[in-house]
Design a protein around this ligand. Structure first.
Ligand SMILES: Cc1cc2nc3c(=O)[nH]c(=O)nc-3n(C[C@H](O)[C@H](O)[C@H](O)COP(=O)(O)OP(=O)(O)OC[C@H]3O[C@@H](n4cnc5c(N)ncnc54)[C@H](O)[C@@H]3O)c2cc1C
Length: 415
């Protein structure tokens, strides 16, 4: 297994990577074996894996958070290293990752008091958070959020629906975005972010959706009827919801792309199977067709890995300005998730019929690769954003011929 250290990692990063490696072999790989070979329930395994991560000090939120509030301060690089290793071990810890995404806005923008109150129990794994953006009529167009919040004294009253909320009915907090300016008088200042206690009266769970993936994720449809949330639970100010959401989504997208470790797991599966399986008198790894598939797997993983760790480095060193980072994190999310699904498909075909068997674990990763292209903003929409953003950048004329850039004043004078 080649999960090598990146040359720019600090000694701290390298030590953490070695600890993750050991932890995964000792605690998570046996769970993957239970899942794939002993037929254990995927839901049970993901909760057990999450619990083990918490107990052994490998909760991704703990890894990310600052020491003052009980975190390990391993930064975004440490967080990505952990995600990669968990993926290569062959298990998933969706409940923990969801909690990181839900807690993201408090981590980024919370006051000292909010961090103290909300982050500490989330970091210790005592509590869980969901991210609640999507509504029945609001998907990629998240600016169209309809769930309303009206001010009443020092509280806000919420009314509306959310759907597709991972862990919605199980989590302790909903990181919720509401419309506080239904007439949209203020451009992109009509949304407000609240960190809501999920036990507040007026919240009902209307349905748990059944998913096509291997793992149930308590995917919930939630109704909010006259739900009162104190002003002190607001993240930043009234009207800052869009800023909070888009900044947190950048981090979510890095987290999604960071699960490239599942791809490393597939690479090993394809390598082992390709070398072992003999057809027409030779191991199939010797056939060009199989080597070409393997090359695609290798190239996509190598590029995703470098780019994801580069982004983590930008965040850790404070070199990421949030606007340009949005385009970069979208590139990572689109390329990483699309690659994961393609890599899973190539690995499956290399393994032939065995690839279609539950025991190889490829099917679960393939379905996850499909989901990740939808969640956190569909890849198609993110590609539109990436493309539009490229056209917005200034043209650099230095390498362009007149035929491409059009004649300049100097060209005209020469004529
Ligand atoms: C398993 C699962 C878990 C999820 N967990 C959560 C969660 O925890 N919290 C949460 O808030 N949300 C969650 N989601 C929701 C997810 O983020 C949304 O599904 C996603 O944002 C896309 O929204 P949509 O499904 O409504 O698709 P839509 O926005 O309705 O899009 C449907 C299709 O139309 C295309 N499309 C739409 N507009 C355009 C356009 N302008 N140009 C070109 N194509 C366009 C899209 O690319 C897509 O192919 C989850 C979803 C799933 C499936």
């Amino acid at each position: 297994m080649i999960i090598d250290h990146m040359p720019w990692w600090t000694d701290k990063n390298k030590k953490f990577a070695d600890r993750c490696d050991k932890f995964c072999d000792e605690y998570l790989v046996p769970l993957a074996v239970d899942l794939l070979e002993n037929g254990k329930d995927p839901m049970e395994i993901q909760w057990t894996a999450s619990k083990v991560c918490i107990e052994q000090g490998f909760h991704p939120l703990m890894v990310l958070a600052e020491k003052e509030i009980g975190g390990l301060d391993e930064g975004y690089c440490g967080y990505t290293i952990l995600n990669e290793h968990v993926g290569r071990a062959g298990v998933n810890i969706n409940p923990l990752l969801t909690s990181v995404f839900g807690a993201g806005p408090v981590h980024l923008f919370g006051t000292e008091a909010q961090k103290e109150k909300f982050m500490k129990p989330l970091i210790s794994g005592e509590k869980w958070a969901s991210i609640t953006v999507t509504e029945p009529d609001v998907g990629n167009d998240a600016s169209g959020i309809q769930l309303s919040a009206e001010k009443d004294g020092d509280e806000w009253v919420l009314n509306g629906w959310k759907r597709y909320i991972t862990l919605g009915c199980l989590s302790d907090y909903h990181m919720l975005y509401a419309n506080t300016d239904p007439e949209a008088k203020r451009i992109y200042r009509h949304l407000t972010a609240f960190f809501l206690d999920a036990k507040t009266p007026g919240i009902t769970f209307e349905k748990i959706n059944e998913l096509i993936g291997d793992v149930e994720m308590a995917n919930s449809v939630i109704r909010y009827r006259d739900v009162r949330v104190p002003e002190e639970n607001m993240i930043l100010d009234d009207g800052d919801g869009w800023t909070v959401m888009t900044s947190a989504l950048n981090i979510e997208r890095l987290g999604i792309a960071g699960v490239v470790g599942s791809g490393m797991n597939l690479l090993e599966t394809a390598r082992a199977y390709g070398r072992r399986r003999v057809q027409f008198g030779m191991p199939i790894s010797r056939y060009n067709g199989v080597q070409l598939r393997m090359a695609d797997i290798s190239m996509k993983l190598a590029l995703t890995r470098v780019f994801v760790y580069y982004l983590a480095h930008l965040l850790d060193t404070g070199e990421a300005d949030m606007f340009t980072f949005a385009a970069k994190s979208s590139v990572a999310k689109v390329f990483g998730t699309q690659s994961l699904a393609e890599v899973a498909q190539d690995a499956l075909f290399i393994c032939g019929g065995d690839g279609y068997m539950q025991e190889t674990g490829i099917g679960g990763i393939l379905k996850n690769g499909l989901l990740m292209q939808i969640a956190g903003g569909s890849n198609d929409i993110l590609k539109l954003f990436i493309g539009r953003n490229e056209f917005k950048q200034e043209v650099d004329n230095r390498m362009l011929t007149p035929a491409v850039r059009g004649p300049t004043k100097e060209d005209a004078e020469k004529l």
